[in-house]
Write a protein of this length. Structure first.
Length: 76
């Protein structure tokens, strides 16, 4: 049991707010859950459909990893 459950609720509320999403997206580098928050990662993925990875794709790991590196880690 948490000693301060309301503090945990407030923290989650902050993380899901636009300010919290800006912080996690642009400082930590994660993909923002809020569609109204801009981030470098969102800019790089604009125009692409994002899908969960199918474990069967591991047979093509080298090819897929090359595409991933080009999309996410190549400087413009």
């Amino acid at each position: 049991m948490l000693a301060h459950p309301n503090a945990a609720k407030l923290f989650v509320d902050f993380l899901l707010s636009k300010e919290g999403q800006n912080l996690t997206a642009n400082v930590i580098g994660s993909y923002p859950a809020n569609p109204n928050v801009e981030s470098e990662l969102r800019k790089k993925t604009a125009g692409y459909s994002i899908h969960p990875v199918n474990p069967k794709m591991m047979s093509r790991f080298e090819e897929i990893n090359k595409q991933y590196m080009e999309i996410f880690w190549t400087k413009p």
